[in-house]
Design a protein around this ligand. Structure first.
Ligand SMILES: Cc1cc2nc3c(=O)[nH]c(=O)nc-3n(C[C@H](O)[C@H](O)[C@H](O)COP(=O)(O)OP(=O)(O)OC[C@H]3O[C@@H](n4cnc5c(N)ncnc54)[C@H](O)[C@@H]3O)c2cc1C
Length: 286
């Protein structure tokens, strides 16, 4: 289909972008366009004006930040996947980015765009939840503010951002003594996760000292499951882990579709969770 007509502005500066968003007339940001353009073509999104931020250098790039990293919103998946800073300080983000979609999507699609879009099946929100990332937002009216990933995702395609806000960056804390792993089962055609699980584990010798596990693809929004707390002070033995994985998805209202019925997804989620926790546990001990 053909989108409704709209104006196109290539933003020359951050200030210009914030001014255009402040007009409050339904102006929308376009970064890589991989999610927005299909929505516009289906007329699920209509806008009088697109502001293209893809050439704003101040929104791009990965820098060291305290013991972790700061990622500009328009940094592409390809840049994440090959970042030496992330490979050293937060490898799971680079690993997941390397597996998203295909080369074309990774070359144009941006981390900020994917997070702002908040597709309930996308991979990175689960990673951001498990890592307890912080998102930087900015508007002309309210200035800068920081929102935890854990308070950002509100529902399918719904976030804590206001219409006049620009997503400017992602802050990741240091991994310290923790390690992370992500496991997913993907749709063969698009690479989108049928289910995905990110686990972050800290170890004290052979015992799990702390654990955080986040799921994607199961319901209306990515979520953290407290079911894995029972693994703390254990070695994450098979039976306890299986019980935690079962509990994590029990009662979750899972959306089935033509790619995977709900019960199949529930099963895959338990397998992915078990694998992610085991991998993170091994990594934390290395
Ligand atoms: C074929 C295909 C396969 C895919 N496979 C996967 C996959 O395996 N896993 C996965 O997780 N995802 C997958 N995706 C989704 C992909 O990750 C997203 O399309 C992409 O990340 C969106 O980023 P973008 O820069 O293209 O955003 P855009 O399409 O430009 O924007 C998306 C939305 O975010 C808003 N937005 C963008 N940037 C900002 C900003 N800085 N501030 C405020 N609002 C902003 C836009 O207004 C729009 O509403 C796939 C997409 C395609 C097309």
């Amino acid at each position: 289909m053909i989108p409704t007509s709209f104006d196109y502005v290539r933003a020359g500066s951050l200030k210009e972008t914030l001014n255009l968003l402040a007009a409050g007339d339904g102006t929308k940001i376009i970064a890589g366009g991989h999610s927005l353009l299909p929505m516009m073509k289906f007329r699920l999104v209509q806008t009088p004006r697109l502001v293209d931020i893809s050439r704003l250098e101040e929104l791009r790039g990965i820098t060291e930040h305290k013991k972790g990293a700061r990622i500009g919103a328009t940094t592409t998946y390809a840049e994440l996947a090959t970042s030496p800073i992330l490979r050293e300080r937060c490898p799971v983000v680079a690993e997941v980015a390397a597996e998203i979609a295909d080369l074309q999507v990774r070359n144009r699609g941006t981390l900020g765009g994917g997070l702002a879009h908040a597709d309930p099946a996308s991979d990175m929100p689960a990673v951001m939840l498990a890592l307890d990332a912080e998102f930087e937002l900015r508007s002309k009216k309210a200035g800068k503010r920081s929102v935890k990933a854990r308070e950002f995702f509100k529902g399918p395609f719904a976030t804590a951002m206001t219409e006049d806000e620009l997503f400017t960056g992602i802050v990741l804390g240091g991994m310290g003594r923790t390690a992370a792993a992500y496991e997913s089962f993907d749709q063969a055609a698009s690479g989108y996760a049928l289910v995905g699980v990110c686990a972050v584990v800290a170890r004290k010798r052979t015992a799990i000292a702390a654990i955080t596990v986040a799921f994607t693809g199961l319901g209306e929004v990515q979520f953290l499951s407290p079911a894995f707390d029972r693994l703390v002070d254990t070695k994450g033995d098979r039976a306890t882990l299986a019980q935690a994985a079962l509990e994590a998805v029990k009662g979750v209202e899972i959306a089935g579709d033509l790619h995977a019925p709900a019960e199949y997804r529930r099963h895959l989620a338990q397998v992915a969770a078990t694998r992610a926790v085991q991998k993170a546990y091994e990594r934390a001990g290395a």
